[in-house]
Design a binder for this molecule. Structure first.
Ligand code: NDP
Length: 455
């Protein structure tokens, strides 16, 4: 042990910070402290992936009840009680928080509640006390970012959406990214009228165009209204709710305005500029491939570095950092072929390149399938699934795999292993399908789209 109070002080007890701290302490016997000013578990566990997914499950029952009738079930008047859902979700988050506390305790990590501020290359101030460490890890995550416009204080973000006391009757969601489409599905299935307002021409920028188009069709078929190339000019509070002034439709009255317009790194007022940690114009901490900042003793992982804002990426960055610092093996993480999913209704799963990007650098073939999932033959639900494989003609390698439809995230996790391992189309063709599943479609697509079909 050095002259410092700790080997490692981590600021931020989210997925990445907790993982790195636990493994440094448990596997390597390091003296570690984690400083957190909200709830341990961070965005993913307390304000993001986990509570969101619980609400998505709740929403799916609405479709399941409708679909059940096609299978002979006669269900009564199914009503949903939002406060019960929120209370059950809160109880689950409390349980998870307790587990996080226990894991840290058992690993021997000191948990400190407060706001950490970096005061030097080896020092952090918290609750009026200065603590020193050989290394400092900044894993402070991100926070919803809202544009500046009159009345923006009336808008909520995903943070508050997860704790609403009641389900509003009419919701406007501004933004067309992951969070916007996921919450649109939740609110709509549970009974609200939902409008999505996007400034671009389509939802989910960065996703494969076929999936974006397919999801939009499904959202609109369900009755979710997507207003493209539309901007909110102002929000006013009215007697009964809110009134939005728009540049396309004149006015829109609603009970709730939610902004899901991206997230910004949490780097304000934590002392980073003063000690020379470089940040980009959005406030993201600039790091090298080993997650080291411009100050040798200070490292950073997770959303605050704005590399790929996904929990499993923060976890992997944390593990790589522990190897780098404590196993004598400088380890960087691979950002290629990271699978991800959007838990929209229906969901999207995706790994590798989207068609537009693949086409730029490769001579490609597209294999695509669009079908009515077997479940919906009897349910009668008007919902399709779409799959796409992007194949490099020169090497036969799968460059990208995308799916929108029932179970897409679960299916794509498996496909993600194959793509990461460098599978070829011939490997997919040689794989026997599991019948009857939707996933088997990925190994039975025989004919590429003709150029006229794939545009
Ligand atoms: P995204 O970056 O995904 O989407 C932001 C959306 O807001 C885009 O549609 C963007 O439009 C729009 N937008 C940005 N600025 C403005 C503005 N000033 N006015 C109007 N619209 C604007 O952000 P999210 O908030 O949805 O999610 C943040 C991150 O969290 C994601 O990038 C993702 O990494 C992570 N996440 C992952 C999930 C998952 O894995 N399932 C779930 C939820 C979040 P445009 O397209 O025109 O730029």
């Amino acid at each position: 042990m050095s002259d410092y109070d700790y080997d490692l002080i981590t600021i931020g007890g989210g997925s990445g910070g907790v993982r790195a701290s636990r493994f440094a302490a448990q596997r390597h016997g390091k003296k570690v402290a984690v400083i957190e000013n909200m709830r341990i578990g961070g965005t993913c566990v307390m304000r993001g992936c986990v509570p969101k997914k619980l609400l998505v499950y709740a929403a799916h029952f609405a479709h399941d009840f409708e679909d059940a009738e096609g299978y002979g079930w006669q269900l009564g008047d199914n009503t949903h009680d939002w406060p019960t859902l929120i209370a059950k979700k809160d109880a689950e988050l409390n349980r998870l928080e307790d587990i996080y506390h226990r894991l840290l305790r058992e690993a021997g990590v000191d948990e400190i509640t407060g706001t950490g501020k970096v005061t030097g290359p080896h020092s952090v101030e918290v609750n009026g006390k200065t603590l020193t460490a050989e290394h400092i890890l900044v894993a402070t995550g991100g926070w919803p970012h809202l544009p500046d416009l009159p009345g923006i204080e009336h808008a909520i973000t995903s943070n508050e959406a997860l704790d609403l006391p009641d389900l509003p009757k009419h919701v406007v969601i501004v933004g067309g990214g992951y969070i916007a489409v996921e919450f649109a599905g939740i609110f709509h299935a549970l009974g609200a009228e939902v409008h999505i307002i996007i400034r671009a021409d389509n939802i989910l920028r960065g996703f494969d165009q076929t999936m974006r188009d397919a999801l939009r069709v499904e959202l609109e078929n369900q009755g979710i209204k997507v207003h493209s190339e539309c901007t909110v000019r102002s929000i006013e509070k009215t007697k009964s709710g809110y009134s939005l002034r728009l540049d396309q439709v004149d006015m829109m009255e609603t009970d709730l305005v939610m902004y899901a317009t991206g997230r910004k790194p949490n780097t304000v007022n934590i002392g980073l500029e003063d000690v020379g940690v470089e940040m980009d114009k959005n406030g993201a901490i600039i790091v090298d491939e080993y997650s080291k900042t411009s100050v040798d003793s200070i490292y950073s992982i997770g959303d605050v570095t704005d590399r790929v804002q996904l929990t499993p990426v923060a976890l992997a960055e944390g593990m790589a950092l522990v190897r780098t610092l404590y196993e004598g093996k400088p380890t960087s993480m691979s950002y290629e072929n990271i699978p991800s999913a959007v838990f929209s209704t229906p969901p999207i799963g995706s790994v590798g390149l989207i068609e537009e990007d693949a086409r730029r650098d490769h001579d490609i073939e597209i294999y695509q399938s669009s079908f009515k999932p077997m479940k919906h033959t009897l349910s009668g639900r008007n919902e399709r699934s779409v799959m796409k494989l992007i194949v490099d003609k020169a090497t036969d390698k799968i460059l990208g795999a995308h799916m929108m439809g029932l179970d897409a995230p679960e299916i794509l996790q498996g496909i993600g292993i194959a793509v990461k391992a460098g599978a070829t189309k011939a490997d997919f063709d040689a794989t026997i399908g599991i019948h009857p599943t939707a996933g088997e479609e990925f190994v039975t697509m025989r004919e590429p789209l003709r150029p006229s079909e794939d545009g």
